[in-house]
Design a protein around this ligand. Structure first.
Ligand SMILES: NC(=O)c1ccc[n+]([C@@H]2O[C@H](COP(=O)([O-])OP(=O)(O)OC[C@H]3O[C@@H](n4cnc5c(N)ncnc54)[C@H](OP(=O)(O)O)[C@@H]3O)[C@@H](O)[C@H]2O)c1
Length: 262
């Protein structure tokens, strides 16, 4: 099975937002499945330590690529660092999630949210997909969120970028069907990561373990445009999308996000 995965999505993966949380877990599981990994984030020491760990524990190659994905030039520079190898899998995982009322956050925060969460995944996908399509194999995993399913008060820009990610992934999934390249959007509920701990000290009810979420995401490649990890989250997603009036869904999301630390 490991050989199948590597043959389908290897030999290199590029993980955006790899220094901690879900991105570090993606990197560990991909290395465990035999892929070499390009690790992208801003904190170089964390990336270097993770790269050393992956080389030692999984015997794969790993590259630490320090970059701020809010910089519009970053995706091009990152892809340039991988030009000598075949990137068969892109994981768009990095995110900026400024909590608080829209008018209480500066414009710069909202624009940064759009650059990191929407512009960068779009650019990385557009830059890496042509080679995957011409090879007839590859994949893209996009870490989105249940906040994509309706407006997310007190996380307004973040929720809007997650909806952008969901829409983009679904469209690419359709356009690339039959090309050998799989695209999957991961609509995650709460996951126990440093990012969640910072926003919601003490955690969130029903938060999942990163290991289970990443395994579901990787196993979801090739099985449809979207997955929702966790049975309770699937019930929540069904209710938010199909059962509740839109206003109620927005209000429920707002009640959750209002508690997050700005
Ligand atoms: N945790 C949850 O409850 C949850 C729920 C739903 C969806 N998600 C989604 O899952 C993904 C990962 O979440 P997480 O909780 O693991 O996040 P996290 O713990 O905050 O980690 C975010 C990662 O992205 C990197 N990053 C952030 N801004 C960046 C930038 N400007 N340039 C480059 N790298 C950047 C961070 O590294 P540096 O700081 O070193 O740059 C870090 O490696 C996100 O897309 C998030 O929206 C998470």
């Amino acid at each position: 099975m490991q050989a199948d995965f590597r043959g389908r999505y290897g030999p290199w993966a590029l993980v955006a937002g790899a220094s901690e949380g879900l991105g570090a877990e993606f990197s560990r599981q991909l290395a465990g499945r035999g892929l070499n990994v390009g690790l992208v984030a801003r904190r170089a020491p964390l990336l270097e330590a993770l790269a050393d760990e992956l080389r030692a524990s999984a015997g794969v190659e790993a590259r630490a690529i320090t970059a701020d994905l809010a910089d519009p030039a970053a995706p091009g520079r990152i892809v340039d660092r991988m030009l000598d190898v075949e990137v068969g899998l892109l994981v768009c995982n990095a995110a900026f999630a400024p909590a608080g009322a829209f008018l209480e956050r500066p414009l710069e925060d909202h624009l940064r949210t759009v650059d990191v969460n929407a512009r960068a995944p779009l650019a990385l996908s557009r830059l890496l997909l042509p080679d995957m399509v011409s090879r007839g194999r590859g994949g893209v995993v996009v870490m989105s969120s249940l906040s994509a399913l309706q407006g997310a008060p007190f996380l307004a820009a973040y929720g809007a970028t997650k909806a952008f990610q969901l829409s983009l992934s679904e469209a690419l999934w359709f356009e690339l069907r039959g090309s050998g390249v799989d695209v999957v959007d991961v609509c995650a509920g709460a996951v126990r990561t440093p990012g969640l701990e910072e926003a919601a000290p003490g955690g969130a009810p029903g938060a999942l373990d990163p290991h289970a979420v990443v395994r579901a995401a990787l196993d979801g490649l090739g099985r449809g445009p979207e997955i929702v990890p966790g049975a309770l989250n699937r019930v929540a997603a069904f209710a938010l999308r199909r059962m509740l009036p839109r206003q109620t869904a927005v209000a429920l999301m707002g009640a959750q996000a209002r508690r997050l630390r700005p």
